[in-house]
Every structure is written in C-alpha cells, then in structure tokens.
Ligand binder design. Structure first.
Ligand SMILES: *Cc1c(COP(=O)(O)O)cnc(C)c1O
Length: 397
C-alpha cells in the first residue's frame, strides 16, 4: 500500500477513536523512528513510555525471535521457563511474593481491583470502596475507567459500577475525610502520568500508607507509566519511602510487546483460589521472553542511573527554556525521564510543529508537553531536542 492508500483504508475501516498525526511509521533504531518517506524522527514519546530500550534493540529482537521460533503461546494450563523467569525477576525487584501476568495496563489494574475486593470481602462483605485520585488514569475497561478520575472518559458509558470514589491527588485531608472501615483500597499512581505529570509532596504517600493501615485498606500503586526505571529507581514509589500492597506494571515491561502484571504478598494473594482469575494470552512465553530482556537491562545496564542523569540534564535544559519564555512555560516537573512542561496554551500546535521538525513529543492534559523517551537516550539526544523545541516555542511566545 502507498501512503494515500494507508490513510484512506484507515479512514474507511478503523474505529475512529484516535486523533492521529499524519505520518506513517515504518521502522526504528535506538531512539529514532523513520516514516515511509524515509524521514527520521527523534522519539521523545517512546510509544507512550513503552519502548524503554528504544527501537530494534538487538538483545530484545534476538530474544523475541528465538522464542517465536520455539513457541509463541501455549496457554496457562502448562508451565514455561520464560514465565517462571519473569515472575522470579519481578518478585525480586519488587520485593513482592507473587506475580500475575496479563496483556495490558488496564488488565493489570482490573486484576488488582478484583484481588483487593476479594481480600477485603473475606473480612467484611461490605468493605468495597475503592478510592482513586482526580486526574488519574487507570485504563479503559469499565472498572478501570470508573477508577480513572477524569469525567470526560466516563461520559456515555454508564451505568458505571458502584464502589468507586475520587479525591484530589496530593490532598491528604480529602482522603482522610473519605476513608473509613468500609474502604477496600486506595489506588494511586505514585507520579500521575496522563493527568499531566504530577509529582506528590514528599510525605503524601507515607500519609496515605498510614491511613490505609489505620482502616485496614490496601494500597495499590499503579506504576504502569512511572515504573520500569523511568524515574531513576525501578519503581517511582521507592523515592517516597513507601510500600504498597499491590503494584501494577505494563507499558515498558516488555519493551513494546503487550504485557501487564500485578504483584502482591503471599498474604493477599491467598484471597485468590484456582478459577478466581485468569487469562488466555497473559504471561505467554513470547511476552515473558521480552520482559526478561528488559528487566535484565534495567537492572544491569545502568538504565536507572541513565534515566536519572539524562533526566536531570533534560530538566535543566527545559528550565532554561522556561526562563527564556516565562509567559509561555508555566512549570517543568517530573522525575528522571518522566517530565512534563506545562504551558499556558493548548499544546497540540507545538507538538505538530515539532513533528515537522523531526521531533516526536506529545501533549497530555491539554497543555502539558510530555517527555517519556526510551531510557537509553544520552545528553547528545537532549542537545538535539532543545534547539528544535526552542525554535518552535519562540513562534508561540
Ligand atoms: C497507560 C496507562 C494505563 C493503561 O494501560 P493500557 O495498556 O493502555 O491498558 C493504566 N495506568 C497508567 C498509569 C497508564 O499510564
């Protein structure tokens, strides 16, 4: 198909739920992607915080190819070495006893919600309330959509399930007022992603932990976007000195192969019995082989240190632009290579113009330019971004 045919087939046949950019991507190499015209782009979006090892990473390609040649899928009725290895690695990095693999972030959160409910109901059948944050994002299934604290995603999909409510992120007083013995779980992103890259105060998550302990409620951390080494530690919550009862991962976990996971302790896991949860595809050897490469690379190839160092450099450079354009740039915030630049106008035009200049960035929450690149980028890649961004921002100042 030529480009025009691809656009017209998509327009005729694909469900029109995405606002796409008008380029057709063909292949990638490290932090770069190339369109069908051969134009090169530096990828500061990384497939939305997914391509943590960049594109076409040799070890990842090798592992996927080798596993595909052996076996792609066999169902969870049998054991595979790839799955056992991935579960073992994840429980080591998280300090959690048990792991369950699904295929996406929404599925990971859906499983976490089911587990929290089942666990709470063992002590009290009315202990059902899940408290999540305004501005959060937890997925698109009916339950995770309900957990997502953004009314625009709810519109038209009711009736939504009972037992969910929201409080402002980083507002401990509101949480305190909502919580009681009927609270089943509090579900939070340690650093909010889609909502605009919001980092909580240093002691907020510790206070949330204390409230959960007081009311015997579970704390669920959705690390789907902020986890996998992106913020400089394997999980973002580590930087706040707290531990959750259930943690979810997805996006970067297998470097682009669909996967999701939730992890928990033996005590909580004991609420689930054979038949209580399941999946056909989840944890298949192909996805797990990919996850094993990524988990290995993050722990042993210095990617967390790189995310921290290059992230600090990128933040500093973006703050330089903020000083240059104070009326346009309101704030630069984030941790490691999860950075948001809040501007005082809608971000779409800036994203479009950066794309024309060969720079892939993204805008979330309407006016927050978001940088979640592969964790392999270097200072040179930052030096490639900044002059382009400067030139584009100058036109909007
Ligand atoms: C992307 C995301 C999800 C949903 O993941 P999907 O794979 O799209 O279902 C959930 N939580 C957070 C924090 C995310 O960033």
């Amino acid at each position: 198909m030529n480009d025009e045919e691809i656009y017209s087939e998509d327009a005729a046949h694909y469900l029109p739920v995405f606002t796409r950019y008008k380029i057709i991507l063909d292949h990638g190499e490290g932090p770069y992607v190339y369109d069908t015209q051969g134009k090169k782009y530096l990828d500061y979006l990384g497939g939305i915080a997914v391509n943590v090892l960049g594109h076409n990473h040799p070890a990842l390609v090798q592992a996927i190819s080798t596993q595909a040649a052996k076996m792609i899928h066999c169902s969870n009725l049998y054991y595979t070495e790839a799955q056992a290895k991935a579960a073992c690695q994840l429980s080591k990095v998280s300090g959690m006893d048990r792991v369950f693999f699904g295929n996406s972030g929404a599925e990971a959160n859906e499983g976490a919600i089911k587990l929290a409910r089942k666990y709470a109901h063992m002590s009290d059948p009315d202990k059902s309330l899940i408290i999540a944050a305004n501005n959060s994002f937890h997925g698109r299934t009916i339950a995770t959509l309900t957990a997502t604290g953004q009314p625009k995603y709810h519109e038209g999909f009711g009736p939504l399930p009972d037992g969910f409510t929201h409080v402002d992120f980083n507002n401990i007083k509101q949480l305190e007022e909502k919580m009681d013995d009927k609270t089943c779980a509090v579900m939070l992103e340690a650093i909010q992603g889609e909502g605009g890259v919001h980092v909580p105060d240093a002691d907020y998550l510790q206070k949330v932990r204390a409230l959960c302990d007081k009311y015997n409620a579970l704390l669920i951390f959705d690390e789907i976007q902020c986890g996998m080494g992106r913020t400089g530690t394997f999980f973002a919550y580590e930087q706040f000195g707290v531990k959750a009862d259930i943690v979810t991962l997805a996006k970067g976990l297998a470097g682009g192969v669909p996967i999701g996971a939730f992890m928990t302790s033996n005590k909580i896991a004991a609420a689930f019995h054979p038949g209580d949860h399941g999946t056909t595809f989840g944890g298949n050897p192909l996805a797990c082989a990919a996850a094993n490469v990524v988990l290995n690379a993050i722990q042993h190839n210095g990617l967390m240190e790189n995310a921290k160092a290059v992230g600090a450099y990128l933040t500093e450079q973006l703050k330089g632009l903020q000083r240059k354009y104070p009326a346009l740039i309101k704030e630069v915030r984030g941790r490691g290579l999860m950075i948001g630049m809040e501007i005082t106008q809608p971000g779409r035009a800036i994203v479009d113009e950066c794309l024309k200049e060969g720079m892939i960035i993204n805008c979330t929450a309407g006016n927050v330019l978001r940088f979640v690149p592969p964790l392999i980028i270097t200072k040179q890649h930052v030096d490639e971004l900044i002059p382009v961004l400067d030139k584009v921002l100058a036109k909007h100042n």
